[in-house]
Write a protein that binds this ligand. Structure first.
Ligand SMILES: Cc1cc2nc3c(=O)[nH]c(=O)nc-3n(C[C@H](O)[C@H](O)[C@H](O)COP(=O)(O)O)c2cc1C
Length: 327
């Protein structure tokens, strides 16, 4: 059991934030299938301050998927503090700071993973958000950070960044064991996750390439981390959370969910995605999820071609029907 702020997590199994993927509909499904905690897609502190409408939609957290943290990106401490106050109205379980995004349009601006070049600034951002929250009485709302191993292999400084954030009041630290330079390429550096765990006393969440029960146990045992954050391993496979929980509790693997259950889950996901985003955007976003869900199924290449042309809810569900059989 781990505790962040006032929220307790049985195994500390978190869905990693993924922009363009972990929207409300996917978070709801992962929650139903065992994810204990979520984070919104990253939200720009600047856009919040400028009251961008689309940005506000990213911040909404339906009750069914709580506890859910809200992730901010930015590099100006005062803006991050003001943005954190603005999002308190969505009642997140934590304000998380993105210190890991490698995308050129984010890191190139000095946000996300670029923050790791300056540990002192990382600490200042945490402290400034903490100050804004405390001033308005949000003492119990934790500030957490999500970092990488470092910016590049010559600067593996996650321990220094984690210490600076802890000193400034961070309540938990998620560590993706890769540098920015690596983007998403292997290997994941488990040693740095272990070193961060040894260096701080707040909970540490390990992240990177956990796609199975065995990899989950290996990361937990090797690094001593308190919980796991799973990103790409959940794509097309929201069952990974309940499977890992089952394995941790029983030492054996959970029987695979039937195609009928999977089909029901996918229909739930797709219909809520399309309801949330409208048919035009929803069906286009649904395509990549369907491709992940049908991976490995007989005839998946042809079905993928078909779904990539789908423009209506019916056309999307028809592909699901073909892949998972009639109910
Ligand atoms: C499509 C995509 C979008 C992502 N968006 C975010 C994001 O908004 N915020 C963030 O902190 N990390 C983001 N990440 C990084 C993931 O949270 C995670 O750290 C990374 O994928 C490594 O974990 P994994 O190997 O389990 O996928 C993203 C990753 C992917 C693949």
């Amino acid at each position: 059991m781990i505790k962040i702020g006032n929220t307790e997590y049985r195994h500390g199994l978190f869905l990693a934030p993924m922009a363009g993927v972990t929207d409300k509909s996917f978070r709801a499904l992962c929650k139903k299938r065992g994810a204990e905690g979520m984070t919104t897609e990253m939200v720009s502190s600047k856009a919040l301050i400028f009251k961008d409408k689309k940005t506000n939609a990213l911040c909404e957290i339906p009750d069914a998927e709580r506890p859910c943290a809200l992730q901010l990106f930015g590099r100006v401490p005062d803006e991050m503090g003001r943005a954190a106050l603005l999002v308190t109205k969505y009642n997140p379980c934590a304000i998380d700071i993105n210190m890991g995004c490698p995308a050129p349009k984010i890191a190139g601006n000095g946000d996300g993973s670029a923050l790791m070049k300056n540990p002192e600034l990382c600490g200042e951002i945490v402290a400034c958000i903490r100050r804004y929250l405390d001033t308005e009485g949000f003492y119990d709302l934790p500030v957490t950070v999500k970092i990488r191993a470092g910016f590049d292999k010559a600067h593996i400084n996650a321990v220094e960044v984690a210490r600076a954030c802890e000193r400034s009041g961070a309540a938990a630290i998620a560590v993706h064991g890769r540098t920015r330079e690596q983007m998403y390429a292997p290997p994941v550096n488990l040693d740095i996750i272990r070193d961060v765990k040894r260096a701080v006393s707040v909970p540490v969440i390990g992240n990177g390439d956990v796609t199975s029960e065995e990899e989950a146990v290996h990361m937990l045992e090797y690094t001593g981390c308190d919980g796991l954050m799973i990103g790409r391993g959940s794509l097309g496979n929201p069952y990974i959370f309940e499977r890992i929980a089952y394995y941790l509790e029983n030492g054996t693997k959970m029987v695979e969910r039937s195609d009928a259950v999977k089909k029901e889950d996918i229909i739930f996901h797709m219909t809520s995605l399309i309801a949330e985003k409208g048919e035009y955007t929803g069906t286009r976003e649904a395509r990549k999820h369907i491709a992940w869900y049908i991976k490995g199924k007989p005839g998946s290449a042809a079905l993928r071609d078909e779904v990539n042309r789908a423009e209506t809810t019916e056309a999307i569900l028809e592909v699901v029907e073909k892949a998972f059989g009639e109910c």
